[in-house]
Design a protein. Structure first.
Length: 215
């Protein structure tokens, strides 16, 4: 049987080559048939880099939105910490899965595409979480995704980005496609101020960036 990562690479490569770089997410969730082992990023627990950051108590305000919320664990964690949370994902199957996992959740789960955001969301959220969504898009697409994410941040609001990191000379092969520091400058070009940049590179582990922005 094909493992989840191999299947993800096959599906994403096929869809990207056919000019549909966002179609593979729904295909992956739909064919997982409710088995989280078929979704490589499905940890069924909040991201440790989010938990550790939340413990610093830097969040101000009341409303939060989670970009590409997947199976909902990060959105649930933010709700547990008292925020009024919206989680959205382009995949209908992912959102249906969140609704099944958390039937009594205070989180509003919604199918939505980052590239066609509801007008009412723009400039609305005190805290925006982007974890591992833009790295799942080819570089030309994520350059367009970055300003869309920035649009969601309210005045004086915050954005936390967690992503894989790379040096520019490192080749991109298959998903996930790590980001360079230069690509992340797009958030500043979209009107946000970078407050903290953490390069979490440790020998023998995957290099990740965790960056906090403010508007
Ligand atoms: C690699 S997964 C990461 C999921 C989750 N954020 C996490 O940290 O585990 C990327 C997620 O983004 C969603 N996604 C991709 N493109 C999107 C778009 N244009 N709008 C909304 N969600 C999108 C996918 O369906 C998928 O659930």
């Amino acid at each position: 049987m094909t493992d989840a990562y191999t299947r993800t690479v096959q599906l994403s490569t096929e869809f990207i080559e056919n000019g549909d770089p966002l179609g593979w997410f729904e295909a992956l969730y739909a064919t997982a048939n409710g088995d989280p082992n078929a979704v490589p990023w499905a940890r069924l627990t909040p991201n440790a880099l989010l938990l550790d950051w939340l413990d610093r108590d830097l969040i101000r305000g009341k409303t939060a939105i989670v970009i590409g919320c997947g199976l909902g664990d990060d959105a649930e964690e933010l709700a547990k910490r008292g925020l009024n949370v919206t989680g959205f994902d382009i995949s209908e199957s992912a959102i249906a899965w969140c609704d099944r996992r958390f039937p009594n959740s205070p989180v509003t789960y919604q199918v939505a595409d980052l590239f066609a955001l509801p007008e009412a969301w723009k400039g609305t959220f005190d805290f925006v979480l982007e974890s591992y969504t833009i790295q799942a898009m080819p570089p030309e697409l994520r350059a367009k995704a970055i300003p869309k994410i920035a649009e969601l941040v309210a005045s004086s609001g915050q954005l936390l980005v967690i992503c894989r990191g790379r040096e520019p000379e490192q080749d991109l092969t298959t998903v996930p496609f790590p980001l360079t520091k230069a690509e992340l400058i797009g958030f500043q070009q979209a009107g946000l101020s970078e407050m903290e940049f953490e390069d979490l590179a440790e020998p023998g582990t995957v290099r990740r960036f965790r960056v906090r922005y403010e508007k």
